[in-house]
Ligand binder design. Sequence first.
Ligand SMILES: Cc1cc2nc3c(=O)[nH]c(=O)nc-3n(C[C@H](O)[C@H](O)[C@H](O)COP(=O)(O)OP(=O)(O)OC[C@H]3O[C@@H](n4cnc5c(N)ncnc54)[C@H](O)[C@@H]3O)c2cc1C
Length: 473
Amino acid sequence: MLVKGLTETRDVVVVGAGIAGCMAAATIALKSNGKVDVLLLDRNTPSEVGKKNTLGWVCGDAVGEHHIKYVHERTGLSYGLPEMENHVTAVYVFSPDMKVRVPFEGPGFVLDRPKFGRKLLDDALKAGVDYRGNVQATGLIAESGKIVGLEGQTAGTGANEQFEIRTKLIIDTSGMSTKLRRNLPIPSYIEKDIDKDDVEPTARLNARLRDGVEVETSHCDIYLDQEKAPGGYLWLFPKAGDKVNIGLGIQQKRTHKPLNALLKDWIATDPRFQEMQPLSDDSNLSGAWQVSVRHQNDCLVANGYMVCGDAAWFPNPISAGGIGPGLIGGVMAGETAVRAMEANDFTEKQLWQYNVDFVQHYGNKTAGLEAFRLYLQTLNNSEINYGMRHFLSAKEATGMSLGEMPELSPVQKLTKLFQGLGSYRAFRGLLYTMDKMKKLNQLYQDYPKEPSGFEAWKRQVDSILQDVRMRFN
Ligand SMILES: Cc1cc2nc3c(=O)[nH]c(=O)nc-3n(C[C@H](O)[C@H](O)[C@H](O)COP(=O)(O)OP(=O)(O)OC[C@H]3O[C@@H](n4cnc5c(N)ncnc54)[C@H](O)[C@@H]3O)c2cc1C
């Protein structure tokens, strides 16, 4: 309960009860056997927990099985029906001419997103987390170079009452719109702002296809097409029965067309979508939101503050998949918070291990994938068709989506092929990108174990990515 006029005190406050926030809060409660007093705040009521904006849980809803396994192994939590709506064996990426398809990232699930959100909250509540809905964090309180609390206001109907909570640690999981990271009031290595070209406007809708239209339910489809989705891609993810989640993400600077117009064009021209019925179960409406497609914030901790999930730019720079990294990052942030409580130390130095864990498990490939995304966005449809037909084997595609570097051999043969088609520019760009990806992947193997090594290391990362941007912008 909020008591007017009194300042509340908590051990840990998690701001934003989406994927990352619920997982971080649940992990703290589970790993501390309920000893840590953790408050999870969100703008939404419990029945709409994790809703991103007024239109709903705007997402493609697909998540890789390996992320779900990781959560189970670390926390014992498990998921099933009804929140895991459909199991798929692969995500296929199709070339613009639809003649080649390659598998990406392996098996996974298509979620019923509102139900998944409520399951995550239920698990957190059962573990002992205290949830408060209808409240909005508005800012952080700093004293002597560390975060010591937050300010907020009630977000439901009626007068917006202001409140303040004092705490040892804040975990910011408030998603892409976070005000907390952007206005972090203490010195730290955390980047506050994102380049607008690294944010993709993305729209989706859930729909029931008309009788007689069948899509294969055993795999998710991603369609590369620089005309229909410039600088991004379109997707069709099968849900239960004859339901689908379809959508697209774009890089806005590559087109004058608004996102919704592109979605309408696709729906109007694809025969599978004629007479389909848009769905609004659980008030999950058609809508758009934004996804980051850069590597994660290279530093995730400051004195008394951690950032996780979309608030820390966790989505994969190529696929924009952020559910998996949000889940595993939430577990890691939660484990770090428990260790900090045990040590009664909430300094950047104590929390640093969260950076190291995240990079080791997931973040070591994302800067490389960001470089690859910058390259990919410069290709036209015929170059993508050609590259996918002649270069990418299924094994290489899966490996690459997981951050592995395929061997380009024999280089001379490939050079001839690309010269033959007049796509030598694309091939040279690919060689250049792969060299930079190798260098970036190597740098992330040496991610600094302590804050003191960060600045010199970060300069090297920034310099490589700056070169890639200059070349492909
Ligand atoms: C159209 C679209 C399609 C996508 N498709 C996929 C996909 O298929 N697979 C995939 O893996 N990823 C996908 N993503 C990305 C994925 O949805 C996100 O990465 C994921 O939801 C991130 O979870 P999160 O917990 O970090 O943030 P969010 O899910 O955004 O949760 C943040 C929570 O914080 C709350 N909040 C925000 N500000 C405040 C505040 N000041 N005070 C209190 N509460 C606050 C919000 O209401 C929300 O509940 C897609 C994204 C979009 C936009």
